[in-house]
Design a protein around this ligand. Structure first.
Ligand SMILES: [Zn+2]
Length: 383
């Protein structure tokens, strides 16, 4: 399949007239500009790994899922649905209203249990409508109309969308440069144990997250240095932590306990965030220790601020601001898994350690079936 056919199949290019009213045109153009920029700088990640560059396009789809397709000329296409950009803007707007406000803390217990969360009726366009169909856009516009006065936040929102896109595109590029489609095929062919195959496929997602974290820090360094804006490192680091938390919260709509995530293709969001921190820190400590000293505390603050904003949003839901939630508001999102109880530190750490041990096994399997491990520009995990 050629590039044009693949873009068409994924929903098609977006004309100005296609941009929905809930997304200001300049915010859309800013997001599309981010993707063009990322396509342009993806070269170093590919060097010696794939013969062809990767195309990155936003497409007309209300879905939230990014995907990658191999094209007939051996290049790849990463598609980002318009629906993801709309959701990032809406959730960023909802969260940023709580910046440096007073907080009423809610208790989140997500170490145990299997509770499925329900969605407050007015937040369906964020957390409970993932299909690609026309009925999505009126729901999103209705929510946007209910968020008062976020125009003054628009420049922050654009930056958060950019950083979230860096992360999701980095994940998809991870699948490309680590040749995951090949690895999956070879592992399946040589292994009859369905449980081991499922775990291998789960670890492909973890592996893509490893690449994404390295790529995120590479992009941050590149942008600040090229624009001669190293003095903005504290703000950029804070936004990085905020954007990642916002992004994971979007994908954490219905489950928020470890048992449920054990059966999922993806890790628990706290494990993913912990991994992101480990990888970005390792890259910076190795390459730029001075940056690491500035980056680490500011990234952490970004996460805390975003988790508090999600906490505040959950409080609003409990109070019925986003529609009737019945008698027990605790059954409702968006009290996401990113909302972290310090009393559960040991539980979170043990889950991270267990996933990391599985990843080490995966790396051995990967190396065996793929021959020489493709070399990444980045040096993680340390071996
Ligand atoms: Zn993936």
């Amino acid at each position: 399949m050629n590039l044009n056919d693949a873009v068409e199949l994924a929903g098609g290019d977006i004309l100005v007239a296609d941009v929905p009213p809930c997304l200001p045109l300049d915010t859309f153009e800013s997001a599309r500009g981010s993707l063009e920029f990322l396509e342009g700088i993806s070269g170093p990640l590919h060097e010696g790994l794939t013969s062809r560059p990767t195309h990155i396009r936003v497409v007309q789809s209300s879905s939230i899922v990014c995907s990658t397709r191999r094209l007939s000329d051996e290049s790849h296409l990463v598609v980002v649905p318009l629906g993801l950009i709309v959701r990032l803007r809406l959730l960023a707007g909802l969260m940023l209203r709580h910046w440096q406000q007073q907080h009423i803390y809610l208790y989140a217990e997500h170490a145990v249990g299997r509770t499925k969360k329900k969605c407050p009726p007015l937040l369906v366009s964020l957390f409970d409508h993932y299909r690609n169909d026309e009925s999505y856009w009126p729901l999103a516009s209705d929510l946007e109309a209910r968020i008062p006065d976020i125009a003054y936040l628009e420049s922050d929102i654009k930056e958060l969308i950019h950083l979230a896109l860096v992360n999701v595109v980095g994940h998809e590029l991870g699948h490309v440069v680590r040749k995951h489609a090949n690895a999956r095929r070879l592992f399946r062919a040589g292994c009859g144990d369905t449980a081991r195959v499922a775990m291998f496929e789960r670890m492909l997602e973890y592996d893509a997250d490893v690449v994404s974290a390295s790529w995120s820090i590479f992009t941050l360094e590149l942008q600040l240095q090229v624009a001669n804006q190293v003095d903005r490192l504290p703000l950029a680091s804070l936004r990085m932590g905020y954007a990642l938390t916002l992004l994971y919260a979007l994908y954490d709509a219905t489950v928020r306990n470890y048992e449920a995530y054990a059966e999922s293709r993806y890790m628990h969001p706290l494990v993913r965030r912990h991994l992101f921190v480990e990888v970005t820190h390792a890259n910076l400590r190795e390459g730029n220790i001075e940056w690491w000293r500035v980056y680490a505390p500011n990234e952490l603050r970004g996460w805390v601020e975003a988790a508090l904003a999600l906490n505040d949003l959950a409080f609003e839901c409990g109070a019925g601001k986003w529609g009737d939630v019945g008698t027990d508001p605790r059954d409702y999102i968006p009290l996401s898994a990113l909302h972290y109880n310090t009393s559960e530190v040991a539980v979170h750490q043990s889950h991270f350690d267990a996933e990391f041990a599985r990843y080490s096994t995966f790396l051995d399997d990967y190396e065996k079936i793929m021959g020489e491990e493709p070399r990444l520009r980045f040096n993680w995990p340390p071996v």
